[in-house]
Design a protein around this ligand. Structure first.
Ligand code: NAD
Length: 467
């Protein structure tokens, strides 16, 4: 699901591109349109900075804690800017900032631990961990700060330096974050670059980069992996999802309806791990559809900067087009919009929160990643059919099972083919847990100690016990 790029506007400060407010659909600022040729010097400086940064773990820990404090202190500047360019309600922008600070602190404390390796022979073998060098991160527009921090916090804690590229739809809060962090980090340890393609492609294939960590769509992920193959850089890919939620016969519909609704609609459904399809037992089907539709009809949709807004606009025009197309196709395929089903009148990229019933299972809104405020609800007869339908996809990010008998729900969750499965929740992630999609949803592991070690390489020292 690669998205198109924003327009370039020539400006007085060199090449720049316009940044639009999705709540109005109009440009409100610009960002530098950096040229791919600039990367040689930027990666060179990241390499030079690596020497000092890798050498002193204690100084790194201190700097990362200071960075976390600086991010928190800048919350009142960062949050409105993030909402302006991305659209989400202000409270969600503050949550991204809090998560960014928490992640910096989590990884600041998580140093790699050398380990002896014993196999009964009279030798002493020690496994140590070394950083990789300058690494690159490329992130999407849906959770700009949170996803950037998921890249830079473990990479910097491991002793790497980083060049990070945000989406051209949301460059501004990340640029400001970079400026905020520069007060706590040595120069060139973290460099934010902004620009339209082919900047990302060039960064992914740059010969000076030792690890490319990418979050975004599956097609772009493939292109990034191809680019990185040229320099044999390590690749971590966190890609798209089409998570299913299976409701069991004993589910208490009214008890879980709010949680299920927000698991699908938070950030306007633009979360890789949002619930993107619901499977409900035929006996409960109407009740589930009605409970979700009631919430979709009453949720307050409006500009993220309005204090009352619970859902903002869709993040950008190409994404809105995608959501409209997917929904129109579902309706043409015979689905019923029990709530929403259309764009909202007026300026901005607002789409009515939509619950679709009677959707044919082959309709793209079920088989693809809609990544918007649209949720198809499908009935099932036998539970095995629901599990099979949930797993019958090339995606494998997350999934959830909802019911009252938790042991039974957990047993069903254990049958889901994905990286993370929840019971009576969805997309709840601890900083300490691994995060890894399977099938087309990803390569490599982020999160927790696994995320740290993904930014390190093993180094083994082997010596005899006696001379
Ligand atoms: P995208 O793939 O269009 O863009 C992602 C990033 O890649 C952007 O910074 C973009 O500018 C850059 N890019 C575009 N073409 C490139 C190229 N040829 N080489 C290198 N970089 C390039 O994705 P998007 O529309 O910004 O984001 C939405 C997608 O991200 C959805 O599929 C969503 O599921 C996924 N996502 C995944 C996770 C996860 O953790 N698995 C988290 C959030 C979002």
């Amino acid at each position: 699901m690669p998205t198109q790029q924003p327009r370039r506007t020539p400006g007085p400060l060199g090449e720049r591109f316009a940044v639009l407010d999705p709540a109005t659909g109009t440009a409100f600022d610009e960002a530098p349109d950096q040229r791919p040729e600039e990367l040689d010097a930027i990666v060179g400086r990241a390499h030079d900075a690596w020497r000092g940064w890798r050498a002193d773990p204690v100084a790194r820990t201190t700097a990362l804690f200071a960075a976390a404090d600086a991010v928190e202190a800048a919350g009142a500047d960062l949050a409105p800017l993030l909402t302006r360019e991305q659209g989400k309600p202000l409270a969600e922008s503050y949550a991204e900032i809090a998560r960014t600070a928490a992640r910096l602190r989590y990884f600041a404390e998580l140093g790699p631990v050398p380990e002896p390796i014993t196999d009964g022979r009279p030798v002493r073998t020690e496994l140590r961990w070394r950083p990789l060098g300058p690494v690159a991160a490329i992130v999407p527009w849906n959770l700009p700060l949170q996803l950037a921090s998921a890249k830079f916090a473990p990479a910097l804690a491991a002793g790497n330096t980083m060049v990070l590229k945000p989406s051209p739809f949301t460059p501004l809060a990340t640029r400001l974050l970079g400026a905020v962090l520069s007060a706590a980090l040595p120069q060139d340890v973290l460099t934010i670059v902004t620009g339209r393609e082919p900047l990302g492609a060039r960064l992914a294939s740059h010969p000076g980069i030792r690890h490319v960590t990418f979050t975004g769509s599956i097609p772009t992920g493939r292109a990034v992996a191809e680019g990185a193959a040229a320099s044999l850089a390590r690749v971590t890919l966190e890609l798209g999802g089409n998570d299913a939620a299976i409701l069991l016969e004993d589910v208490a519909v009214e008890r879980i309806a709010d949680r299920l609704f927000w698991a699908a609609f938070r950030n306007c459904g633009q979360v890789c791990m949002a619930v993107k399809r619901v499977y409900a037992p035929a006996r409960l089907y109407s009740q589930v559809v009605e409970a979700l539709a009631e919430r979709a009809k009453t949720v307050v949709v409006g500009p993220g900067l309005d204090p009352g807004s619970q859902l903002g606009p869709v993040g950008n025009a190409p994404q809105l087009e995608r959501v409209e197309r997917c929904t129109a196709q579902a309706l043409a395929d015979g689905a019923r919009a029990v709530a929403g089903g259309h764009r909202l009148e007026g300026p901005g990229y607002f789409f009515a929160p939509t619950i679709l019933a009677d959707v044919p299972p082959g309709s793209p809104v079920v088989t693809e990643e809609q990544f918007g405020p649209v949720l198809p609800v499908l009935p099932y007869g036998r539970l095995d059919e629901a599990v099979e339908a949930a797993n019958d996809t090339g995606f494998g990010l997350g999934g959830s099972v909802w019911g009252t008998d938790l042991d039974r729900a957990e047993a069903v969750a254990g049958r889901l083919e994905c990286g993370t499965a929840w019971v009576n929740h969805h997309a709840e992630l601890s900083l300490a847990q691994p995060f890894a999609g399977i099938k087309d949803s990803g390569v490599g592991v982020a999160g927790g100690p696994w995320g740290l070690y993904g930014n390190l390489r093993p180094f083994v020292v082997h010596r005899p016990e006696e001379a």
